[in-house]
Design a protein. Structure first.
Length: 387
């Protein structure tokens, strides 16, 4: 049964990273609960491999989150409850599956592959939506030509693309040189097609980490960096809609409908500050509840900043634990041999936290598990010398 459970973990990772639930299985009723139920049954039979202290930490953390969710002042709003429960349960199960069970380097290498192929499947869906007439639902493309997939907005897909680029640059998860080059071009193309300015900056940050931390010769690194920039420029100029070109080349500049140059984020953050000032001492301490920002903000938008979102929803207590966890993750990476891969993933996550709202997503839990368990698979994901 344990072997079946390990194989199920690979499916669970692929299922979440490919966003199959909405894109390919959207018409199947109850598919979420079926996948979750099967996973819990297999998890029970793999209980001998569960690390008890990790199990209790995960249970405690998510018990606190569910308690926050249940006692939120907005918990009696059905729309709010429905929109928060499934992602929270999904995040909890991902945490149980990948944080509490003992794995070895071989298992985690397969998990990385499941992640890469899952994101790759999502990208192929994105491309089919973009270039095959009549395939894309009306809700997945904006007027500027930004293409996303159901259940994953363009910014989030771009972040997953960039993490995939980091895996290809710094590891041998894909052994074939041609395979790595193919996926590298595919993921870079996808980042640009999303039109995500956050993703674009994260991509440049990933290339910068490669320049600084890769163990290749300086000339080779510079040549690769210049080639990567040329590839980005070539794809932008010849394959992207004009709206995306203007969006990515005008980062930080104001325009009609985007007066602050941040897609209105400065106004959202200012609203969050006013919510914080109006909060009672108890609300400042423990927050308004998981997922409440979207429904409390008069603007009708989520926080677009994980740190602000956590501060409003989980209060000073939640913000403190998040800060301690991120500090631990940073110092944990210092002793890792493959610092390029480790800090690329961590840097991309931190940059995404500044502009996105996704801290309780299953794929975010998965990415942190890659870092937290880095010792398990680092030996089998050595830095490449022949991308």
């Amino acid at each position: 049964m344990e072997r079946i459970f390990y194989n199920y973990i690979l499916f669970f990772i692929y299922f979440n990273c490919a966003y199959l639930r909405l894109n390919l299985l959207g018409g199947v009723p109850g598919v979420d609960y079926l996948v979750d139920a099967i996973g819990m049954i297999l998890y029970f039979f793999a209980c001998r491999r569960v690390v008890l202290h990790r199990f209790f930490v995960v249970v405690f953390v998510f018990f606190a989150l569910f308690l926050s969710f249940s006692f939120s002042s907005l918990a009696n709003v059905q729309e709010y409850a429905d929109s928060q429960l499934i992602p929270l349960v999904g995040a909890m199960l991902m945490a149980l599956f990948v944080f509490t069970v003992r794995f070895d380097a071989g298992h985690y290498r397969k998990m990385l592959k499941a992640f890469l192929f899952g994101v790759g499947t999502a990208v192929f869906l994105q491309l089919s939506y973009a270039y095959i007439p009549g395939v894309a639902p009306s809700s997945v493309a904006t007027a500027m030509g930004r293409v996303q997939i159901l259940g994953c907005n363009a910014n989030e897909l771009a972040i997953l693309d960039v993490v995939s680029v980091a895996l290809l640059l710094f590891s041998d998860v894909i052994v074939s040189r041609k395979g790595r080059l193919f996926f590298l071009i595919l993921f870079v193309f996808s980042v640009l097609l999303t039109g995500s300015r956050t993703g674009f900056l994260c991509l440049l940050a990933c290339f910068f980490v490669y320049l600084v931390l890769s163990d290749r010769k300086l000339g080779t690194k510079i040549l690769f960096f210049v080639g990567a920039l040329f590839l980005v420029y070539f794809v932008l100029m010849f394959f992207m809609p004009e709206g995306i070109i203007d969006r990515l080349t005008g980062i930080g500049t104001s325009s009609t409908g985007d007066e602050d140059g941040l897609s209105g984020r400065s106004f959202i953050w200012a609203t969050a500050l006013s919510m914080w000032k109006a909060a009672t001492p108890v609300e400042c301490l423990i927050g308004y509840g998981v997922g409440s920002f979207l429904y409390m903000s008069p603007l009708g938008f989520d926080a677009h900043n994980v740190f602000i979102k956590v501060l409003i929803e989980l209060g000073i207590v939640g913000f403190f634990f998040l800060s301690v966890f991120l500090a631990f993750m940073f110092y944990y990476g210092i002793r890792q041999e493959n610092k390029g891969l480790y800090y690329s993933i961590l840097l991309v996550l931190l940059l995404s936290f500044l502009t996105l709202s996704w801290y309780l997503y299953p794929v975010v839990i998965l990415l942190f598990s890659f870092l937290y368990n880095f010792d398990l698979f680092a030996s089998s994901t050595n830095i490449r010398h022949d991308v």
